[in-house]
Design a protein. Structure first.
Length: 274
């Protein structure tokens, strides 16, 4: 266990710090009332704020959300945007209400989602853009609130929390879909598949054209300097970096040199160990 960067900075700066399990507790709300805040800012908090808390600040509560609302409300907006092949994403500063990411939009900024970007890379980009957008919004809060835009409910999409079953690579899907999911779930929770009884994490991959006379999904078609090429339901996936159990992630050429027998063409990745 270690302190989060926010907690570490607060402690180093001598700022008051609270870590309530729930803001539904009257004592925790009393502390917020005592501070009499003009505004409260929420970033990746993970819990809905009750109306009794939303009403405390004079200017309400603002949320820094990692999507272009109303698209991708909820827990995993970055991952779902990549997984679904969105061409762009961004950050929305939202005036919070009692719903889940349903409040009026005060400001936003966008950027293109490149075909190679992982969720970790998108998160880092947002971590750079988010503070600037937030500070600009706070400095012009009266204007931003006056121009607040209600979300179009007909365009709303919920970004469901990622579950472990989704990380198990479905080789019967198209290579394009699988490649997007691998990028979306990197660096966490990471996609995986079984090769015999070995659970292999797939860190980096790209979709490639499948050779004529396609093989069953999951079959290793070839293993060379270009990657470990695996047949999919449509096309093929070239695994560029992977991680065997109790080992560090390695590029395909190093894996092939050390695991020639396991990665030989004709062997098959599967959803369950064999």
């Amino acid at each position: 266990m270690q302190h989060s960067p926010v907690k570490a900075l607060a402690m180093a700066s001598g700022l008051p710090l609270q870590q309530p399990n729930s803001l539904r507790n009257e004592d925790d709300r009393a502390a917020l009332h005592a501070w009499a805040p003009d505004v409260m800012v929420v970033v990746a908090y993970g819990l809905l704020l009750p109306q009794s808390v939303l009403d405390i600040p004079a200017y309400g509560c603002l949320n820094v959300h990692g999507s272009l609302l109303p698209r991708w409300r909820g827990a995993a907006p970055i991952q779902r945007a990549i997984e679904m092949g969105d061409r762009d994403t961004g950050i929305t500063i939202m005036q919070m209400d009692k719903g889940l990411d349903t409040g009026a939009m005060l400001s936003s900024t966008s950027f293109p989602l490149e075909d190679t970007m992982t969720s970790g890379e998108v998160f880092q980009r947002m971590a750079t853009l988010g503070p600037t957008l937030l500070l600009d919004t706070l400095m012009n809060l009266d204007v931003a609130r006056a121009r607040a835009e209600a979300q179009d409910e007909s365009l709303a999409i919920y970004a469901e929390k990622i579950n472990k079953a989704e990380c198990n690579i479905p080789w019967e899907e198209s290579a394009t879909v699988i490649a997007r999911r691998i990028r979306a779930f990197n660096p966490s929770p990471m996609c995986f598949s079984f090769l015999g009884d070995l659970r292999i994490k797939v860190v980096k991959a790209r979709n490639v054209d499948a050779p004529q006379g396609g093989q069953d999904p999951g079959i290793i078609l070839r293993a060379d300097r270009d990657g470990i090429v695996v047949a999919c339901g449509d096309g093929a996936l070239a695994i560029e970096t992977a991680q065997f159990p109790n080992a560090k992630p390695l590029p395909a050429n190093e894996l092939i040199n050390g695991r020639k027998q396991a990665l030989a063409p004709g062997n098959r990745f599967a959803s369950v160990p064999s």
